[in-house]
Design a binder for this molecule. Structure first.
Ligand code: TYM
Length: 334
């Protein structure tokens, strides 16, 4: 079983990233042979950014992933820009990707509207590079949050189209991957605006809980979380704030929303739910923050881990690239 996922080097990873994705990576590293995780610096340059900051953010994100429990001995962790096969495969796959498909992507629409300066063509191409990330490793399973569902559908279509156009009739070259979206916590919402997903760029500062937040900051953000009218603690589309807190508490404790509702039947009000959620999230994130502080100081060690990961990743991706080029008639016959 090949597991692959990617994460942007925004540095300030939040509770949504942690519950929706990072925890699944850690769980996946004992099932994947080996599981592969990529810090996608080439995706990060599709919106305005500072070069020096980007490099730092890659180390921040690497340290967060290691602190959360990824072990470079048991998985492959690397920086996308170190493995050139991703960009080459992206170009090759563009020949089986329609412009219309890319134009329709919600994330492209949202992000291009949010750009104050130039809307880069890289932003339009973003999902093709993402398809290349996964398809280069013939991954079967991709752990992601709900917001990546559409990108996963696109890469499945791209893989199928590539196979039907270029693979021999009796076999396939690219593997059509499946997403792995968690049952609870696939879409953590902003604590201040619970109808919007928690996000580094689109959320509110008070409503976004960061993995590296101090316990006091976590408690404060939960205390001020927006709830809804009434006082019943149940999941309900009419109660987005309360529903989000129930999901967060369930995900942090590893139980179900129904179990949280049951437990909260004797609560005195929303305040109890907020305190319980804050405690659970604080207990979940504190050890990660503490390990992060230790790891982030040694940039050389982080760089070595990424370089070693890139070598292993390259060996796998190069194999796929050779097959893809050969099937497409690019370069000399093998
Ligand atoms: P990124 O860096 O924005 O997010 C990393 C992961 O966190 C998940 N996530 C959430 N989960 C639950 N609730 C939320 N509020 C929330 N916000 C984010 C995301 O779904 C994601 O799994 N395009 C990807 C990076 C990428 C990738 C890939 C992913 C590049 N190549 C190949 C999978 C496979 C992204 O921007 O993730």
């Amino acid at each position: 079983m090949r597991i692959f996922s990617g994460i942007q080097p925004t540095g300030r990873k939040h509770l949504g990233n942690y519950i929706g994705a990072i925890r699944q990576y850690v769980e996946g590293q004992d099932r994947g042979d080996p599981a592969i995780f990529c810090i996608v610096d080439l995706h990060a340059i599709t919106v305005s950014y500072e070069p020096a900051v980007l490099r730092e953010r890659v180390y921040d994100t690497t340290a967060i992933l290691l602190a959360a429990g990824l072990d470079p001995e048991r998985c492959i962790l690397f920086r996308q820009g170190d493995v050139h096969e991703h960009t080459e495969l992206c170009w090759l796959l563009s020949s089986v990707t329609a412009i219309g498909e890319l134009n329709r992507m919600h994330q492209f629409r949202d992000k291009s509207l949010a750009q104050r300066e130039l809307v880069s063509s890289g932003l339009l191409f973003y999902p093709v590079l993402q398809a290349a990330d996964v398809l280069a490793y013939k991954a079967q399973e991709v752990p992601v949050g709900e917001d990546q569902r559409e990108h996963l559908e696109l890469m499945r279509d791209v893989a199928r189209r590539f196979n039907s156009r270029f693979a021999p009739e009796d076999g396939e070259i690219l593997v059509v991957p499946e997403h792995r979206i968690p049952e609870v916590g696939a879409r953590i919402m902003d604590l201040q605006e619970p109808t919007r997903k928690m996000s580094t760029t689109g959320g509110t500062p008070e409503g976004t809980v960061y993995v590296l937040d101090e316990p006091k900051a976590i408690e404060k953000k939960f205390k001020r979380a927006v709830t809804d009218s009434g006082n019943e603690i149940v999941k309900d589309p009419e109660k987005p704030g309360v529903s989000n807190l129930i999901d967060i508490l369930a995900a942090a404790r590893g139980t179900t929303p129904a179990a949280v509702e049951e437990e909260m039947r004797t609560a005195r009000g929303y305040g109890d739910l907020k305190v319980a959620a804050a405690d659970a999230v604080r207990d979940m994130l504190s050890p990660v923050r503490e390990r992060y502080e230790e790891l982030r100081g040694d940039e050389e060690a982080l760089e070595t881990a990424l370089e070693t990961g890139a070598e292993k990743a390259r060996a796998i991706a190069a194999q796929t690239l050779a097959e893809v080029r050969d099937a497409m008639g690019v370069g000399p016959r093998r």
